[in-house]
Ligand binder design. Structure first.
Ligand SMILES: [Fe+2]
Length: 397
């Protein structure tokens, strides 16, 4: 029997949302779950695109069919700011059309909609401003329960305790991590991703792959998270190209969504690392979408991190289909970055930060932001120096 190569020295927890539904058509379960939670009035939060595509409307129909009144807030911002969460909270505070307070939030959309639902839930039980809760486990009270329904295969927000917001005043993106932000129910339906355009599929797919690969080598990785992280890597490697090439391929969408879901479970318990720490300043200063920023940085971060544990890096390469039999450990480990570069290129993502519109002279300015994300830096298998971070930015240019 193969045993994990690094056994944690202390007992470790493993957390997931209490109830999860996965599979084609799972969205139909929303009404049963809302009833089970005792909901009478639900606010559905989504972005304008998801509302236009009819998904938010379908969710409201299902709720109302079960006798649950619903309201809609469809002005979620991409990469949401703190101010945009306050606007959504104002809508929630006004209550249902009959004036009575909402007792359930249903987030429907990409990571931005799900994170906004988490921010609103937080604010229903805690005073503003939201910034005071940036960090780990700083939220004093649990807000309204949430059902989270992703329409992209990427963020994993439906299973994580994390919400990421742009703090315009401090010009940085930061995360709130709290068990109070965990959904009561995650409903993950790959059919909801069938109409995603190739660019969104690619960027969110590489975000999910980054979750899988970073959590696999993370300091907080455990035997439990390794199972999810490695299988997520394999599923995304096997399905992303087809999901980008033919969006209506239901088999590819199913595999891609399962991979993203598993990667979310892995980061809930093992966290992410240097790649995410380096991606946030790019999002904040240059508005590079989160998934694309990760895609551009991941290969060089993998190369930097691989010396911390060559066999683990080699297993990531194998999970992406690289032939590593007979290779020396270092060569085998290096194949992981090679495989990610090929996948990213085949998915149609830019070749480097230059092509994503990042000015070269801005790179040194991102180093402080990267190193200030202590939660991520402390979880990275190698402790990066300022010089190493700048070298990775330049290598990714
Ligand atoms: Fe991410």
């Amino acid at each position: 029997m193969q045993v994990p190569e690094r056994i944690p020295h202390t007992p470790f927890p493993f957390r997931v949302p209490a109830t999860q539904h996965f599979g084609a058509g799972a969205v139909e379960r929303v009404a049963d779950e809302a009833r089970r939670l005792g909901a009478r009035r639900a606010l559905v939060l989504s972005d304008p695109g998801v509302a236009r595509a009819g998904v938010a409307g379908r969710v409201r129909e299902l709720l109302e069919g079960a006798g649950i009144a619903s309201g809609l807030y469809d002005a979620v911002e991409p990469e949401p700011s703190v101010a945009s969460v306050e606007r959504a909270f104002d809508a929630a505070r006004r209550g249902a059309p009959d004036g009575a307070p909402y007792d359930l939030l249903v987030g429907v959309g990409g990571g931005s909609a799900l994170d906004t639902a988490k921010g609103v839930s937080l604010r229903t039980a805690n005073p503003g401003p939201l910034q005071q809760y940036f960090g780990v486990e700083l939220v004093p009270a649990t807000g309204l329960p949430m059902i989270l329904i992703p329409t992209t295969a990427g963020t994993g927000s439906e299973v994580t305790p994390n919400a990421i917001f742009d703090d315009a005043e401090r010009r940085l993106k930061a995360g709130i991590v709290s068990h109070r932000l965990m959904a009561s129910v995650a409903i993950v339906d790959p059919d909801l991703t069938l109409s995603l355009p190739p660019g969104v599929t690619a960027a969110s797919g590489l975000d999910a792959l980054t979750h899988a690969m970073e959590s696999y080598v993370a300091v907080k990785a455990t035997p439990h998270t390794d199972l999810y992280a490695l299988e997520a890597t394999r599923l995304i490697g096997a399905n992303l190209r087809a999901a980008v090439a033919r969006g209506e391929d239901r088999v590819a969408r199913y595999g891609q969504m399962l991979g993203s879901f598993f990667a979310g479970i892995a980061i809930t318990n093992a966290g992410t690392g240097l790649c995410h720490a380096m991606a946030y300043p790019l999002g904040s200063a240059c508005h590079v979408p989160h998934g694309m920023a990760n895609a551009l940085l991941l290969p060089a971060v993998l190369e930097y991190n691989m010396t911390a544990d060559l066999p683990k890096a080699a297993r990531l390469a194998a999970a992406l289909g690289e032939p590593i039999t007979g290779l020396a450990p270092r060569e085998a480990a290096a194949r992981a970055a090679h495989a990610v570069r090929a996948l990213s290129r085949d998915a149609g993502l830019p070749a480097g930060l230059r092509d994503a519109g990042v000015p070269e002279d801005a790179l040194p300015g991102f180093v402080d932001g990267t190193l200030s994300a202590a939660r991520l830096i402390d979880n990275n298998p190698r402790r990066p120096t300022r010089e190493a971070v700048l070298a990775i930015y330049r290598q990714s240019y």
